[in-house]
Design a binder for this molecule. Structure first.
Ligand code: SDX
Length: 423
């Protein structure tokens, strides 16, 4: 890639020489310099950079993912979710004192107002936990009206701690409501992920006994799901935040975007797909369905990764560790057969479709006992740190303003109104 491109208006003969910025970006202002009426038409923003960000780096061709420069493989191996959340939000790994203060702050904000519990209990008995979570995150904005003071650093910091601390509580409460079990309050003597498991599964025992392998596996999955640059839900967070809405309303919009089956809902859709296939010998027929365009291979493909999603590789390894504890997931054989066929079939190779983060994660969640309706909730919990890191970055970026794209108008030209009698 050179250092400049020259854009010429063939009608007027005018040209502009445009500098090529990082990651091959060119400023759209150059077009306006050539002709104020020029616009770039880019549905779904396939080739549009919406911001400059220093949080996460993804190289889709080489399958690279780094949080603040640290390779995801090293963070998955050596860090914890809470430490990664600190890294995403502050830009640096915490020292011992900083981490202890951060851990303490989070641990004393895990409770929610009792009215949030009552609010949750008004949902229909079979309400989907993601529907409950999206609504309840939005409702938090009514409990913390001071959150509207988004340019006050201390106020921002307080909302960040509240949201990261309360997401596991809301998630576990949503599950307990869905299965008709009493809510279990946070046990702040446990670490972040173990506390979530306690709120999910504790019944009558005085203290929940955490399985260290499952807790570690879930914490690792939280690390892998913490951020992923300008994905759909993070873009939703940024767009809502750009109008200076409070962070709870923006996070609710982000969670709503994540709920879609093309995004965070894919982990639940993968399990449904594998159960529909039913057995390894029916994989070829399903692959034919996909190639005819009648089905989509959920958990495969990615807008950015045109290689194996590095997170999928780590998750696949983690699955083996979990299955050694809880027993294998019978759907695994079907998934492995699907992957083997897809990675050798021209249809998928030509389209550069590889397993993404959602292909194996659902199988771990299912084997660990989570109902499939909780899978996207398990994605939303950790992604909250990423959403909030982008929220802070957006508000601190002087080049950012309210998001307001233009359009290509293809509707009718001017016409006169015709009264009802004459129609
Ligand atoms: C996440 O953006 C992120 O970073 C997201 C995420 C994150 O961490 O935030 O990584 C998390 O959302 C992962 C993606 C989870 N979604 C799925 O697994 C759903 C299945 N995948 C697809 O729907 C699709 O691959 C997307 C949505 C992920 C990407 O869609 P794109 O980039 O718009 O690609 P496309 O739909 O334009 O597909 C290009 C071609 C098409 O074929 P043609 O029309 O050219 O013939 O590939 C085909 C598509 O039909 N294709 C698939 C396919 N994905 C794309 N065909 C079959 N199965 C698939 N899964």
């Amino acid at each position: 890639m050179g250092e400049t491109v020259t854009i010429t208006d063939d009608q007027s003969g005018r040209s502009v020489k445009v500098p090529i910025g990082p990651d091959g970006t060119i400023p759209s202002a150059a077009l306006r310099e050539l002709d104020p009426g020029l616009r770039v038409y880019d549905p779904a923003f396939v080739s549009t950079a919406s911001c400059a960000s220093s949080i996460t780096y993804v190289d889709g061709d080489r399958g690279i993912l780094r949080y603040r420069g640290y390779p995801i493989e090293q963070l998955a191996e050596q860090s914890s979710y809470l430490e990664v959340a600190y890294l995403l939000l502050h830009g640096e790994l915490p020292d011992k004192g900083q981490f202890e203060a951060w851990r303490h702050e989070i641990s004393i904000h895990t409770y929610v107002h009792e009215n949030v519990k009552h609010f949750m209990q008004q949902f229909h008995y079979d309400a989907h936990p993601m529907g409950i979570l999206v609504s309840t995150v939005a409702a938090l904005s009514t409990f913390y009206p001071d959150a509207k003071r988004i340019f006050d650093r201390d106020v921002r910091a307080k909302q960040i701690v509240r949201l990261i601390a309360k997401m596991p509580t809301l998630a576990a409460f949503a599950h307990r409501f869905s299965v008709g079990m009493p809510f279990v309050y946070p046990d702040n003597s446990l670490d972040y992920t173990s506390n979530f498991l306690s709120m999910m599964w504790r019944v009558a025992e005085p203290r929940f006994e955490v399985d260290p392998v499952l807790a570690r596996a879930l914490d690792l999955l939280f690390i892998l799901h913490a951020d992923h640059e300008q994905n759909c839900s993070t873009t939703a967070m940024r767009i809502v935040a750009s109008s200076h809405a409070d962070p709870y309303s923006a996070a609710a919009a982000a969670a709503a975007a994540l709920y879609g089956p093309l995004h965070g809902g894919a982990n639940e859709a993968v399990i449904q797909m594998l159960e529909r296939i039913g057995s390894v010998d029916r994989v070829p027929a399903f692959i034919d369905e996909v190639k005819r365009g009648e089905s989509r291979l959920m958990g495969f493909g990615h807008r950015v990764y045109k290689n194996y999603d590095p997170r999928a590789r780590i998750i696949k390894r983690t699955a083996d560790e979990v299955f050694a504890v809880v027993g294998s997931n019978p759907l695994l054989d079907i998934a492995l057969a699907l992957e083997e066929v897809a990675l050798s079939d021209d249809y998928f190779i030509e389209r550069r479709l590889y397993p993404n983060v959602d292909f194996y994660s659902g199988m771990i969640y299912q084997a660990a006992g989570f109902p499939r309706e909780m899978f996207t909730v398990l994605f939303a919990i950790p992604r909250t740190a990423g959403w909030l890191a982008h929220w802070v970055e957006l508000l601190s970026d002087p080049s950012q303003r309210i998001a307001r794209p233009r359009q290509q108008y293809v509707g009718p030209s001017e016409r006169d109104y015709v009264g009802l009698e004459a129609r």
